[in-house]
Design a protein around this ligand. Structure first.
Ligand SMILES: N[C@@H](CCC(=O)N[C@@H](CS)C(=O)NCC(=O)O)C(=O)O
Length: 216
């Protein structure tokens, strides 16, 4: 396959999903244009690119649109070989995909419930979120992490890119919706905390501080 020539990312600056795609492209050294989308006034062009969910991010490569951040991240990894985001070994790759899917299927909805409920329902949602977070942390340590500062080892991979957005998102959720309740802290989640710290210090990530409001 010839290397794509024309790469455009349609996104919004406050979206953690879009930041993941920025990071993946930059980790791989891909040159691309960025188009900021007005979600309150979606353009015809944008709606044509993604008529199904009508959400950012959308990556457009040589005129062809690719929606959904997790699908985009895997497309980017398969298209540009520098700095692989997924391991070579198919079994290990399946494990990384499993925990990435767990994040999208279990953590994102749990944080949405915390944002949108009050009282007893919110307390229950926090408990559920923390239970799932423990499952995620244990799973990553058992199935993926072997050594090194990142989840994927000496270099950040797919789970680092995804969870890199998670710390900011959780902290914002704590500040805005959960007076005094901690979702993620160093004391209760030392491994996750240290992976996320290592990722935040990584050059590409440090230079591209895009998302103050992850998983908006
Ligand atoms: N599952 C999608 C979620 C993307 C998403 O929720 N994007 C939000 C911004 S963070 C959006 O475009 N919302 C616009 C809308 O719902 O109209 C992905 O991973 O790409």
């Amino acid at each position: 396959m010839a290397t794509p020539k024309d790469v455009k990312l349609f996104g919004v600056a406050t979206s953690g999903y879009c930041t993941m795609v920025h990071h993946a492209l930059q980790l791989k050294g891909v040159a691309y244009d960025y188009v900021e989308v007005d979600l309150k006034n979606k353009s015809e062009e944008f709606l044509r690119l993604h008529p199904v969910h009508k959400k950012v991010p959308i990556l457009v490569v040589d005129g062809k649109p690719i929606p959904e951040s997790l699908i985009i991240l895997q497309y980017v990894d398969e298209t540009w070989k520098e700095h692989p985001l997924l391991p070579q070994d198919p079994y290990l790759r399946s494990k990384v995909r499993f925990w990435a899917d767990f994040f999208y299927q279990k953590m994102v909805p749990a944080s949405y419930t915390i944002r949108t409920t009050e009282g007893e329902a919110k307390n229950k949602a926090v408990e559920e979120f923390l239970g799932r977070l423990k499952t995620l942390e244990d799973g990553i340590n058992k199935d993926v992490h072997v050594h090194g500062p990142f989840i994927h080892g000496e270099e950040p991979g797919l789970l680092d890119v995804i969870l890199g957005q998670f710390k900011t998102g959780s902290q914002l959720l704590e500040q805005r919706r959960l007076a005094g309740v901690k979702l993620l802290d160093k004391e209760h989640h030392p491994p996750l905390w240290s992976y996320m710290d290592a990722y935040a210090e990584f050059a590409v990530v440090k230079e591209l501080k895009l998302s103050p409001y992850a998983h908006a």
